[in-house]
Ligand binder design. Structure first.
Ligand code: HEC
Length: 213
């Protein structure tokens, strides 16, 4: 299968390249060239995908803050457990897309573990961070020709650790004992501690079919 890849940061010109991936069993149609990929990804699609991400982060942030203020962080763990997948699911249905969050290290291995392309996105964020790009501006996308002859957009936006997040994702020894106990009880395989403010925590990931035109 031939995969065409386009990546962009908010403030940078497109970087576009093609990567060939030799997994096809049947002969391939003519390759898709980079400039046709840009045509295949109208600005409106990018904007609406960013909108889905902002919606998810906005709704989740609000729920999380409200729960911490009204009931404290221990109770907020349960809110997070219920609310995060519920919001992601409702946005997925609303937009006919698959929307979720993945982590560089993971608390919920069923919901939050990155798949192959999502790992690629996180690795790309890591290397761009090392080159001095701003964590809050990192985004990545890729258009893939699927086996049924359609095109799929795979989009990731970096999630950066903020002060609020360190409450539950900071160094384990800094997390108050009752909160740490609650996290360990709910997530025995938790890996998602040890983060500091400004660090890459993960990504919001969106997969959606591109309309043929
Ligand atoms: C009250 C504790 C708490 C706070 C505060 C918190 N989280 Fe989490 N976080 C959790 C829990 C619990 C999960 C697992 C949710 C689930 O079961 O899907 C989680 C999961 C995640 C995931 C999905 C990947 C994974 O590890 O499973 C990301 C990404 C994430 N949190 C980022 C953040 C960010 C960014 C902030 C700050 C804006 C934050 N969290 C604040 C408790 C918290």
């Amino acid at each position: 299968m031939l995969i065409a890849v386009a990546q962009a940061g908010f403030n940078r010109p497109f970087r576009i390249f093609l990567a060939a991936c030799a997994v096809a069993v049947t002969p391939l149609p003519a390759p898709v060239f980079a400039d046709s990929i840009q045509a295949d990804l109208p600005p409106a699609t990018v904007e609406s995908t960013r909108g889905i991400v902002n919606d998810l982060m906005g709704q989740l942030g609000q729920k999380l803050k409200a729960a911490i203020v009204s009931d404290g962080p221990v109770a907020a763990v349960s809110v997070c457990k219920e609310a995060a997948p519920a919001i992601a699911k409702s946005l997925s249905v609303q937009h006919g897309a698959q929307v979720s969050r993945v982590g560089t290290r993971v608390r919920n291995p069923e919901m939050g573990a990155p798949n192959a392309w999502q790992k690629e996105a996180l690795a790309d964020f890591d290397s761009r961070l090392a080159k001095g790009e701003k964590a809050t501006e990192l985004e990545y996308w890729k258009v893939v020709n699927t086996d049924n002859g359609k095109q799929e957009l795979r989009y990731a936006k970096a999630i950066v650790t903020q002060q609020l997040c360190v409450t539950c994702h900071g160094k384990a020894e800094d997390i108050p004992a009752p909160l740490m106990e609650k996290i360990r009880a709910e997530y025995p395989q938790d890996q998602a501690t040890g983060y500091s403010v400004g660090q890459l925590r993960g990504a919001v990931v969106v997969t959606r079919a591109l309309k043929p035109h």
